[in-house]
Every structure is written in structure tokens, then in C-alpha cells.
Design a protein around this ligand. Structure first.
Ligand code: HEM
Length: 486
């Protein structure tokens, strides 16, 4: 567990207060909170801000989706400031069993009958083995990251350039989904998914992931496919059967089982894992944790950079292109000499953490402190955090709602890194087999920096149009891509 941050005031004699908010009557309370939260046209930020204002507190009680008829108890105590939020990382205080997606856990049938790593508490032996396996996968394939990322990115760049010429806009989202999956499967599973064979993923491998991921998340998100009340009634009250989606997952399973033997052998021989356990977890690491995360993070990076405009982009292009020139290519050393690229990535991860919610169940009676008060929590109560509120805490970050790409430069920037929490831990802490911090923390920052560097090696200026489509995964299109001269 990370130490208490030196920038925040040390604990003083804070008044002990009752936790404000409430849950309302059974069913109706959850329904009303759910409609307010996930169908709020202003988004979840506005929901949590209005409740913080209403209760004059960054800690309060509220129902979190799904909470419908056939789903578990939705009552959660939300922690929305930098002082209370890190309790969620402290596994001496919170139990992390089966709460990766919140109060509800998808059926294990969608992961081959196994509880995959993110649902395990560190006290479980399988957590230690599987997290060790995940670290090993990342370590043993490290030499492939730069060349494979470059290759896959160039393929996407070719698609964007030709679409822009022919259609006047280029589909950023689809090409990015595809290049990210190509990069991951070529590096980790040693198989190019674009090659057809006896076992393959068809013409559009990235599209296979969509129904499988949506099946796991539909109870907690707005899908945007039906009128609000109809959609809410069906998807947030009932657990749907897995069989309509099973065919998609079976294709992934066959692919990983056939081509992922090198990684699976490591799991069996080095970590004493069952072969089937290893296959399903490997699918989850690659397709849910990594591809799912990239699908949220890369559009945010490009959108913020695009919205920031020409001045930032000129500086990024200058930094990237001169580093690439002086190091003879986009090498690890070249990437290491791009402080603005790095700071920009951290600022995106701060202002828009890709996984917004974290949870933990109180292991014992606790006192939790916000900046202003202390609150008593009972053993067994569910704690949750909506991370964007914590990483936009005005007591820690100046001008917290503004995207300031230079925020993390220099000594002050280094000091502020401890308040960047996207990985379910402080950016200055490291994931281990005994904590719940994202196993891919350093890899994610690396490929995000690589992504920005590849983008500004190829282009001097980019412009992304407004989102197209409803729901949680709208599509984005480039409307301008100005090629670099190098
Ligand atoms: C856990 C985010 C990529 C593997 C987590 C958690 C978050 C997160 C927030 C904690 C969830 C919780 O317990 O509340 C992300 C994001 C990613 C990303 C945003 C990409 C943009 C990766 C990658 C890997 C990975 C590349 C490894 C291949 C894991 C694993 C866990 C985890 C195994 C569970 C850790 C444990 O049980 O101790 N991730 N992740 N993630 N992530 Fe990531």
C-alpha cells in the first residue's frame, strides 16, 4: 500500500460525521439512482458532482448499477476525493473478491468456468500464480513491443491516409481496434490474426471481442440501442444467458489454445497452473484487460490532443521528430527523451481514467477520512470510487478540469504523479502479486507513449471529428491528417 502523500494535510482532529446520502426503498431507490447516473445526458461526472454538492461531502451513500430485480445488493459508499479514495487500494482494509465489475459479477461461463484474475483477492493462491504469469508474459515478450507496435501502427496509418483521400475522413476507431489487436496477438500469441488458416479469427478479428465484452458489462452501462426505459428494464434487471455469445468466445478460445502454446506452457511449468485456467486467463489479459483498455484510452489520447490544437501538436511533433532523428529511429532511447509526450499521456490518464470505477468491501469496521470529515464504515459494507472525481480533486490539482499537457513536467510534475490513479494504485507504486494494481501498468504507459510518438512521427497535425454513434463506444473519424516531412 502506498504511503500517505506528503502533499495532503496530515490527519487532524476531523469531525466524525454520519455518511450522508441513502439508498431509498428497495428496487425504486436503485432504479432512480440508476436512471440518474447512467442515462444522465450530462454524463456520470455531472451526476457525482451534483450529489457531492447536494450532500456537501465527497463521501456519500448511493445505489450503483445494475441493482435490478435479479442482481445483487447495489448499496455502495462512494469515496470521491484523493484522501479517501486510496482506501480502495489497501488490501489490508478491503476485500477484492468478485468485485472487479462492482456489485455484480458476470457468470464464469463467459470465461470458461474460471474466475479470472481480476476477480480474485490477493489472499487467494491463484491470484499469486496468475499475476506472476501475467508479469512473465509481459517480461518475456518485451523485445517485440517496439517492432510489432510500429508495424501494426503503420498498417493503420496506411488505411487512414487512403480513407482520407477517398472519403474525406478516416475511421480512427476501427483501424485502431484492428491495429491494437494485431499488435497484441502477434507479440503475445505469436500469430498474425490477419493470416487465414484452419484455426483463425475470420475477416474482422476485433469485432469478435465486442459481443463478449458487452455481455460482461451490459448490466452496468447504457447500451444506447433501445428506448431508455425498455433498455433499462431488460438489461439492468435480468442476467441474460451466455449462449448467444458463446460462439464468438469459442473462436477466441480455439485461437489462443492453438497458437498460444509458448505462453500456456510457461503458465503450466513455471506457475503450476492448470492449462485451461491459463488459456482463459490469457484470453482475458489480452482481449479484456488490454484491448478493452486500449479501446477506451487511445481515443481519449487522440481526442485531447486534437482538441488542444495546433500549438501543442507542433511541440509534440518537434519533440518526437527530433528525438527520432537523433536516435536513428523510434527506439527505446528516443522514446525516453520525449518528456512532453510522457506528460501528455499522464495528463490524459489523470483527466479521463479509462476505468472509472473501483470497488472494495470493508474487511472490518473502519474510519475513513475525507479532507473534511471522518466517517464510520461497518464491516462488509461496499466501498466504491468514481475515479475522475478523485483525479480532478481541486485540493490536489490546480485547474483540475483543464487538460494541461505540461502538468507532469519537471520536479513538481514528478511529485504530482502519486495522484494519478488509473491503474488502481498510485502512479508511483508498482503492481505486485500481493496487491490489486493493474499488472500492465508500465506496459500501458509505454504503449501510450509509443502511440503518441508514432502518431507525431507520421503526422505534423491531426484533427479528430466529433463522436459518431450512441452508447459507451462511439466511433471517431480523423478529418485532417497532415503528413510529417521526415
Ligand atoms: C487490473 C486498468 C491494461 C492486466 C486493472 C485495474 C484497472 C486496470 C483499473 C484494477 C481493477 C480493480 O481491481 O478495481 C487497465 C487499463 C488498461 C489496462 C485502463 C489499458 C489501457 C492492462 C494490461 C494488462 C492488464 C496491458 C496485462 C496484460 C490487469 C490484471 C489486473 C488488472 C491482470 C488484475 C490485477 C490483480 O488482480 O491483481 N487494470 N488495465 N491490464 N489489469 Fe489492467
Amino acid at each position: 500500500m502506498a504511503s500517505i502523500s506528503p502533499l495532503l494535510p496530515l490527519p487532524t482532529n476531523l469531525p466524525t460525521k454520519e455518511i450522508p446520502g441513502g439508498y431509498g426503498p428497495p428496487f425504486f431507490g436503485a432504479l432512480s439512482d440508476r436512471l440518474d447516473l447512467i442515462y444522465n445526458p450530462a454524463g456520470p461526472d455531472a451526476f457525482f458532482e451534483s450529489r457531492m454538492k447536494k450532500y456537501n461531502s465527497t463521501v456519500f451513500r448511493v445505489n450503483i448499477p445494475p441493482g435490478g430485480i435479479f442482481f445483487p445488493d447495489p448499496r455502495v459508499i462512494m469515496l470521491l476525493d484523493q484522501k479517501s479514495f486510496p482506501v480502495l487500494f489497501d488490501t489490508t482494509k478491503v476485500d477484492k473478491t468478485d468485485i472487479f465489475t462492482g456489485t455484480y459479477m458476470p457468470p464464469v461461463s463467459c470465461t470458461g468456468g474460471f474466475r479470472v484474475l481480476p476477480y480474485l483477492d490477493p489472499s487467494e493462491e491463484r491470484h499469486t500464480k496468475l499475476k506472476g504469469f501475467c508479469f512473465e508474459i509481459l517480461k518475456s515478450n518485451a523485445s517485440k513491443w517496439f517492432p510489432e507496435f510500429h508495424k501494426a501502427f503503420m498498417e493503420a496509418g496506411t488505411i487512414w491516409d487512403s480513407q482520407l483521400t477517398s472519403d474525406g475522413r478516416a475511421n480512427f476507431s476501427d483501424a485502431t481496434d484492428e491495429f491494437a489487436l494485431n499488435f497484441l496477438l502477434r507479440s503475445i500469441v505469436n500469430r498474425d490474426p490477419t493470416i487465414r488458416g484452419e484455426v483463425d479469427l475470420g475477416d474482422n478479428p476485433a469485432s469478435l471481442l465486442v459481443p463478449w465484452i458487452a455481455f460482461q458489462l451490459y448490466p452496468i452501462i447504457p447500451l444506447g440501442i433501445l428506448p431508455k426505459y425498455v433498455e433499462d428494464f431488460i438489461f439492468h434487471n435480468f442476467q441474460l444467458p451466455f449462449w448467444p455469445v458463446k460462439g464468438y468466445y469459442d473462436k477466441l478460445y480455439k485461437f489462443f489454445k492453438t497458437y498460444g502454446t509458448e505462453a500456456i506452457d510457461i503458465a503450466v511449468t513455471k506457475f503450476d497452473l492448470h492449462r485451461e485456467d491459463a488459456i482463459h486467463n490469457l484470453i482475458f489479459f489480452v482481449c479484456f484487460n488490454t484491448h478493452g483498455g486500449i479501446k477506451r484510452l487511445f481515443p481519449s489520447i487522440v481526442r485531447h490532443i486534437s482538441d488542444a490544437g495546433a500549438e501543442l501538436q507542433q511541440e509534440l511533433a518537434q519533440e518526437v521528430q527530433s528525438a527520432v532523428k537523433s536516435h536513428g529511429g523510434l527506439t527505446p532511447k528516443a522514446l525516453g527523451s520525449m518528456p512532453l509526450v510522457e506528460s501528455t499521456v499522464y495528463e490524459v490518464l489523470r483527466i479521463e481514467p479509462p476505468v472509472a470505477y473501483q470497488y472494495g468491501r470493508a474487511k472490518n469496521d473502519l474510519i475513513i477520512e475525507s479532507h473534511d470529515a471522518a466517517y464510520k464504515v461497518k464491516k462488509g459494507e461496499m466501498l466504491g470510487g468514481y475515479q475522475p472525481c478523485a483525479t480532478r480533486d481541486p485540493k490536489v490539482f490546480a485547474n483540475p478540469k483543464a487538460f494541461l499537457p505540461k502538468r507532469f513536467l519537471g520536479d513538481e510534475g514528478q511529485r504530482l504523479l502519486q495522484y494519478v490513479l488509473w491503474s488502481n494504485g498510485q502512479e508511483t507504486s508498482e503492481p505486485t502479486v500481493s496487491n490489486k494494481q493493474c499488472a500492465g501498468k508500465n506496459f500501458v504507459v509505454l504503449i501510450s507513449r509509443l502511440f503518441v510518438a508514432e502518431l507525431f512521427s507520421r503526422y505534423d497535425y491531426i484533427k479528430l471529428g466529433p463522436p459518431v454513434g450512441k452508447g459507451v463506444s462511439p466511433k471517431f473519424f480523423f478529418t485532417t491528417l497532415q503528413k510529417s516531412q521526415i
